[in-house]
Structure formats: structure tokens, C-alpha cells
Design a protein around this ligand. Structure first.
Ligand code: P6P
Length: 344
């Protein structure tokens, strides 16, 4: 039987996520079984969280869990539940040696059964990004980022294993709990989107080889912060609003990074969360929001910047570090950077 080209493989109708993982094992730079375990753990947790998110309006699972996370944000009960579900499924796999989460102040070492734990990967997650949208029925998402540990296998995992630059990611992706639930991920060989058929609990390859349009006409930013933005951002927003060439652009801001990014990757656009006089490094966290989304953006032919340089090359200093974020169609990000450079 002849080997199919990757294009032919992707064209097979109704390909499931499981079939896709097996067919593309060889592309994962480490031993074949490991990718399956990682993605399968995330797939299972995604289905459980999806079930809870979809019924959130029906049961008393809304509202703050009465605690606040390290960000000082009220923890919605679904935040807590999503965090627990992802930690639980990842811990049950003998492959992850540590987890960091937006909902956890410190990283969590995973000690496997045997003393010489051989687990090689660390996972960083934002278990339910945009959770303030839950009780108004707006789509939310989970974001994940996966690295191979850099400290010796068999030794206790350390903070250094988590504070790696984004270029070291071996896999990254998100689940978007929207009008349909999708898992979108990359292992460094392009971006593929899988849509859940909730009736049978199976993800199907619905968006093979996702590519950012080189430019677009959508800009996503919270303009309520306009007066606090750096002058370069103000100038770029006014550029977007001018009547000439392909402008004015359309402003679309959902308040959920995964949703804004997903729409912009399909239609073309730029998402911005700049620094401001209110937030000197912006709001988004480098390790479990910006780096995974930046990996996806670059794999889809887009760009991700802090306004001056490549997100994926930033050397993290702390687990919950925030960075300014400009991400989307390459030409739009480059245009925004050109405005920022005027005032560098
Ligand atoms: P603001 C959600 O809390 C989030 O991290 C992103 O998903 C979203 O794009 C952004 O913050 C919204 O923040 O300040 O505009 O409400």
C-alpha cells in the first residue's frame, strides 16, 4: 500500500482526532506514543469541561467559588472545575512531570508511581480563559502549552522546566467552547482544527492546515482603554479607522482571547492587548496565554509580538508574567509594530 502524502491524509473524509494523531506520530520529534498520551489527556478533559460549560446555565455552577486566584480575579466555579479536570487527566497519564496553571499560585510536581519518575513533559494551562463571559453565555476557551523538561529526567521538576522561551514548545493549542466545540493544536507541523460531535463524543478533522490570511480587516482591542494606551497603539487604532485603501477596518472584540484569535485566524485580523498606564505589561500571561497562541499564529503563517519583538523569544522571569500582545495576520502585526517603533 503506497504511503499517502500529508495532503492526501488530510483530505480523508471524517478523519477523527485519534486517526490523525496516529497518522502524524512520526512528525512528533520524540517517541511516537508520547504525543498520543498528551493529546488524548487533553481531549478527554476537553470533553468533560465542555459538558460542564454547556450546562452551566442550568445548574448552580455559576458565580465565584468564593476565592480569588493569584491574579486577584474572582474564581468562577467553572474555572475551578476546569482546572481540576485538566490536572486530573494529565496526572493520570505517566507522561507529565509537572503542571502550571493560571489557577495555581505555584507549579505542581507530578510524582509518578515509580520513584525514578521518567515523565518528560511539563504542561502549562489557562483552564478556562474568558471565564467572566460564562454567565452571559459568550464562548470561552482552554489554552495549553507543552514543553519537554530541561532538568534531568528522574530528578524533581523545577521552576526552570516551566520558565522556557516559547520557541521550545513541542505542542500547543486551545479548546474553544463556542457554537461548536473545537480543539485546535500544533506540534510544529502546521495547525489543525477538530470539531466535536457531541452526540458521540468524537472530534473530527474539520479545519485541516489552518492558515492566517496574510492581512485582514478586523482589529480586536478593548477600546475602553484607549486613553491609557501608548501613543503608537493610539495611532495604529486611528489608522485602522481611516477612510482609505481597505479601511476602515471592522472592530470585533469578544473579550475572550481564544474566540477573538480563532475568528481572526479564519477571517484575517489582529488581536491586541497592549501595555497601558493602568497595566505596565498588559494583562495577558506569557506562559499559558501568549506563548501557545503565538506558536499557533506562527505555525499558521501569522505573527505574534510584544509590539517590538517576537513573543516566542522572550525569556520568562516568572510563572505568571504578563506581556503586551499583538497577534494575527502578519502584515497587520508588522503595521502595528511600525507605529510602535515611532515612539520606541
Ligand atoms: P479586558 C479574559 O480574561 C482575557 O484574559 C482574554 O481572554 C481577553 O481577551 C481579555 O482578558 C479581556 O480583557 O480587560 O478587555 O476585559
Amino acid at each position: 500500500m503506497g504511503t499517502n502524502t500529508s495532503q492526501e491524509r488530510m483530505q480523508k473524509k471524517n478523519k477523527t482526532l485519534g486517526e490523525f494523531i496516529i497518522e502524524n506520530q512520526t512528525e512528533f520529534q520524540y517517541s511516537t506514543g508520547e504525543l498520543s498520551k498528551l493529546i488524548n489527556a487533553i481531549r478527554l478533559a476537553a470533553k468533560v469541561v465542555n459538558h460542564e460549560v454547556n450546562k452551566a446555565g442550568l445548574v448552580d455552577i455559576l458565580g465565584a467559588a468564593g476565592e480569588t486566584n493569584i491574579q486577584g480575579e474572582n474564581q468562577q466555579k467553572l474555572d475551578v472545575l476546569a482546572n481540576e479536570k485538566f490536572k486530573q487527566t494529565l496526572q493520570n497519564r505517566e507522561i507529565v512531570c509537572g503542571i502550571a496553571s493560571e489557577e495555581e499560585d505555584e507549579f505542581i510536581p507530578i510524582n509518578s508511581q515509580d520513584e525514578q519518575h521518567q515523565n518528560k513533559y511539563v504542561v502549562l494551562i489557562d483552564p478556562l480563559d474568558g471565564s467572566s463571559n460564562i454567565d452571559v453565555n459568550v464562548s470561552v476557551g482552554t489554552i495549553f502549552s507543552i514543553y519537554r523538561r530541561i532538568t534531568p529526567i528522574g530528578s524533581p521538576v523545577t521552576l526552570a522546566d516551566f520558565l522556557q522561551p516559547g520557541v521550545n514548545q513541542v505542542a500547543a493549542g486551545y479548546i474553544i467552547y463556542g457554537t461548536s466545540t473545537m480543539l485546535v493544536y500544533t506540534t510544529g507541523h502546521g495547525v489543525n482544527g477538530f470539531t466535536l460531535n457531541p452526540a458521540i463524543g468524537t472530534f473530527y478533522l474539520s479545519h485541516p492546515n489552518m492558515q492566517f490570511p496574510d492581512t485582514g480587516t478586523i482589529y480586536s482591542v478593548n477600546e475602553g482603554n484607549y486613553i491609557h494606551f501608548p501613543q503608537g497603539v493610539k495611532d495604529y487604532i486611528k489608522y485602522c479607522q481611516m477612510e482609505e485603501e481597505d479601511r476602515p477596518y471592522t472592530s470585533r472584540y469578544i473579550g475572550s482571547l481564544v474566540s477573538d484569535f480563532h475568528r481572526n485566524m479564519i477571517k484575517g485580523g489582529i488581536y491586541m492587548y497592549p501595555k497601558s498606564s493602568k497595566a505596565s505589561n498588559g494583562k495577558l500571561r506569557l506562559l499559558y496565554e501568549c506563548n501557545p497562541i503565538a506558536f499557533l499564529a506562527e505555525q499558521a503563517g501569522g505573527k505574534a509580538s510584544d509590539g517590538y519583538g517576537r513573543i516566542l523569544e522572550i525569556q520568562p522571569g516568572e510563572l505568571h508574567q504578563r506581556v503586551p500582545f499583538f497577534c494575527g495576520s502578519r502584515k497587520m502585526v508588522e503595521k502595528a509594530e511600525s507605529f510602535m517603533a515611532r515612539y520606541a
